[in-house]
Design a protein. Structure first.
Length: 166
């Protein structure tokens, strides 16, 4: 199995779990944040969606220069809009992975702001860290927000207290 196919398999599996959570976002409480330093629920749910679109920046491109980036990410204001955008970005991520040769993952990738280089590392590490682990991190945050808002949580890696009769 190629490197891309390994990532694609993981992406597809985790995408189902992420979509379940995004479908539960209560946009009538979109301005909720559990702490003054936290993102709002709207910003967090949008961020979970926009991360799925980072495969282009992290695998197709050779660097991300924040001085040249297009500014703020997506801004959805309903579950329907959020899921539609998520599905679109997921299809693009899958296409990128279906076309990626193993050699692409060994190439160096740089994150910078103009002349300031934050890091350079192989794309295989970049996609693991920024396209997957970063996504899981914020998806986990989303479950905490939903729990604090008393939204029953679906199982992601198994039953939750909401669906296991606990």
């Amino acid at each position: 199995m190629s490197i891309a196919q390994q990532f694609l398999s993981e992406l597809k599996s985790e995408a189902v779990n992420t979509r379940k959570l995004l479908a539960l976002v209560p946009f009538d409480q979109a301005d909720f944040k559990p702490h003054e330093k936290s993102m709002t629920l709207r910003r967090l749910s949008n961020h979970v969606v926009e991360i799925i679109g980072w495969w282009k920046e992290c695998l197709v491109m050779d660097e991300l220069d924040f001085a040249k980036s297009g500014g703020p990410g997506i801004s959805c204001d309903s579950v329907e809009e959020l899921l539609m955008r998520y599905d679109e970005l997921l299809i693009k991520a899958e296409q990128i992975l279906n076309e990626a040769p193993d050699e692409a993952f060994a190439k160096e990738w740089t994150m910078r702001h103009d002349e300031t280089i934050f890091f350079t590392m192989p794309k295989q590490v970049v996609v693991r860290t920024w396209c997957l682990n970063h996504w899981y991190h914020h998806r986990g945050q989303l479950t905490v927000y939903l729990r604090l808002l008393n939204v029953p949580l679906p199982g992601v890696y198994g039953p939750t207290a909401d669906n296991a009769g606990m």
